[in-house]
Design a protein around this ligand. Structure first.
Ligand code: GTR
Length: 327
């Protein structure tokens, strides 16, 4: 967090002279994102920044550092905990070992679709999981869309669980996903997102899994020509703030930030829906073979041990039950 309250008169004069917009901000919150400029999550946080700046009379600014400029997700989570990074937009996946409640919404097939995910995350369960971040040094602000994740690879069309046998598949850095791949008979390779392109290209891995916008914007579709729409994961993305940075703000400014995060959520959903279509068109036009009529039942049935291992406390089991019971 950068405070500009103590600017000397001379510096103020030179800043005014140069007309530098950023110097108007008393507080600049640095926000991390692994995705490139223009990606729905990056754009949403930028729009949130515009709201915050306007509503604070120009006092509070958000600087979005996209394209993993501040590092890969798992590392940026650590840095956010210690206040080195003020805000972070990450998948819930890399949060699994820090905030155990996030494991529940990272379980394969826990949501019946995006609408179900929205109804759960917009209600009391979503509030409960946002609140669960705080004892670990984070303030949960909002959920963003992350679509459905499906398998892609460079070797062959995957049409059944049996096709995954022995394949080396990259997953996000969480044991939930490692166990998910083992349950499907594949070899999981946890790896930061930024390393996946070259790992696919050099054959270190055979495949990975992600949603349309990530598959497209990362360029993975250029080196993995088979995409199977099995939609095993719908993992909400989280926008969090460092508690260290949060505690430096007044209660009024905290409320202002919370409200802006809430207000930007529907904007993110619109941006996401539009980008999903654009990315799908681009990937299809590039000639990627899409396997879209697949029986998901064997994939769902194979997940029983993953639920048993990870939803392993009364609290987590109860969350699973309540999510499944949400209409
Ligand atoms: C994307 C997600 C990122 C990151 C990435 C990954 O869909 O938006 O936050 O988690 O997947 O696979 O690492």
């Amino acid at each position: 967090m950068t405070y500009m309250k103590t600017l000397s008169a001379a510096l103020l004069a030179s800043v005014a002279f140069a007309g530098a917009a950023a110097a108007e901000c008393e507080v600049t919150l640095r926000s991390s994102d692994t995705h490139p400029d223009g990606y729905p999550t990056v754009e949403a946080v930028k729009q949130m920044g515009a709201m915050v700046k306007e509503r604070s009379g120009g006092r509070i600014c958000i600087e979005v550092l996209h394209s993993a400029q501040l590092g890969e997700e798992k590392d940026t989570i650590e840095q956010t905990k210690f206040g080195v990074i003020d805000m972070n937009r990450v998948s819930m996946g890399p949060f699994n070992s820090t905030v155990e409640e996030t494991k529940v919404v990272s379980l394969p097939f826990i949501f019946r679709g995006t609408d179900h995910m929205h109804r759960v995350m917009d209600g009391p369960i979503g509030e409960e999981i946002l609140a669960a971040f705080e004892p670990h040094g984070f303030i949960g602000l909002a959920y963003f869309d992350g679509g459905s994740r499906s398998f892609y690879n460079s070797k062959k069309p995957i049409t059944s669980v049996a096709d995954l046998a022995g394949m080396k598949v990259r997953v996000m850095q969480s044991d939930v996903f490692v166990d998910m791949m083992s349950a499907l008979g594949a070899n999981a390779t946890p790896m930061p997102y930024g390393e996946v392109y070259s790992a696919l290209q050099t054959g270190v891995i055979d495949g990975a899994e992600n949603n349309w916008p990530s598959f497209e914007s990362s360029g993975h579709f250029e080196v993995a020509g088979y995409y199977t729409l099995n939609e095993h994961l719908i993992v909400p993305e989280a926008l969090v703030m460092s508690k260290v940075s949060w505690d430096k703000l007044t209660p009024e400014d905290q409320a202002l930030i919370r409200q802006a995060a809430k207000d930007v959520t529907p904007i993110n959903r619109e941006l996401w829906a539009a980008r999903e279509k654009v990315s799908e068109e681009k990937v299809r036009a590039a000639g990627v073979q899409i396997i879209d009529s697949i029986d998901k039942t064997p994939f769902i049935e194979a997940m029983v041990p993953v639920y048993e291992k990870h939803a392993n406390t009364p609290k987590l089991k109860d969350l699973v039950t309540r999510i499944q019971a949400t209409e």
